[in-house]
Design a protein around this ligand. Structure first.
Ligand code: G4P
Length: 240
């Protein structure tokens, strides 16, 4: 069954973004480095047409470094787009982001012409963690329940660097079924919109095909027989 999740507060977020985007110089889109394509919001692409974009591949510590490299090259080859990989709790994340933004829009500086940046991302991508680190205190709420940041907020990272934070947002129709499962497995989808067992089995199918050795190591599965297990046997083993 395809996964869809676009509750009312996301429609509100969409409207707020559409309004705000008119008056910003660039857009940061936070992606999940474990699934850049699945976490890239087509609705945001539409709303932010013509604006320079910085893609942050977050949670790089949890992602396959080889794949991350390929994705960075892919995004950096796009016109008007730059991409960096990040672990949002790392020290120096703030500097990396502001530097990248300033390099993209060098003519916006000084109090008269502040750099105005909108930051967006799917729920649970790590946006609050990043912003808390950037402003140095617990202001943006963090948590495991997707969609927790409700209102837009403007943050002054410097006199001439304004960051507009927006709530985590998905899009009305997730067309690629695998993308929906990826989003669900990554914690971007509300629990009421998914069947956890189905999502776990889809995830296991992917991990078994691409990262069998890591799966065996993580769950101390016996290498020889477990390499022949199907997804259900894996799920039972992990549950036990
Ligand atoms: P959001 O605002 O985009 O919805 O996401 P939020 O910052 O609340 O982060 C969601 C979860 O992802 C949090 O874990 C957070 O710690 C974790 N996270 C954020 N960035 C990174 C990263 O770069 N690497 C890793 N490994 N994890 C990251 P949680 O378990 O829900 O909360 P907590 O127990 O960490 O407080």
């Amino acid at each position: 069954m395809a996964i869809q999740w676009f509750p009312g507060h996301m429609n509100k977020a969409k409207k707020a973004i559409a309004e705000r985007i008119k008056n910003v110089d660039m857009v940061i889109e936070m992606l999940d480095a474990r699934m850049p394509a699945s976490s890239e919001n087509p609705l945001l692409a539409q709303l932010s047409k013509g604006k320079p974009k910085l893609k942050i591949l977050n949670k790089q510590d949890l992602a396959d470094p080889e794949r991350t490299k390929v994705w960075l090259e892919h995004y950096n080859s796009r016109q008007d787009t730059r991409a960096i990989a990040l672990d949002s709790s790392e020290t120096g994340a703030h500097g990396k982001i502001t530097q990248a933004c300033r390099a993209m829009i060098p003519h916006r500086q000084g109090i008269e012409k502040p750099l105005r940046v909108l930051i967006c991302g799917i729920p649970n991508v790590g946006k609050s963690t990043l912003i808390n680190g950037m402003i140095g205190k617990k202001s943006a709420k963090t948590g495991n329940e997707p969609g927790i940041t409700k209102a837009e907020q403007r943050l002054f990272l410097a006199d001439d660097f304004w960051l507009y934070d927006t709530p985590g947002m998905l899009w009305p129709k997730i067309i690629v079924e695998e993308g929906g499962y990826n989003l669900a497995a990554g914690g971007a989808v509300g629990r009421n919109a998914l069947d956890e067992e189905e999502v776990a089995l889809e995830l296991l199918d992917y991990l078994r095909r691409h990262y069998l050795a890591l799966l065996q190591e993580r769950y101390q599965a016996d290498k020889d027989p477990s390499s022949h297990w199907d997804d259900t046997s894996w799920l039972e083993w992990i549950a036990k």
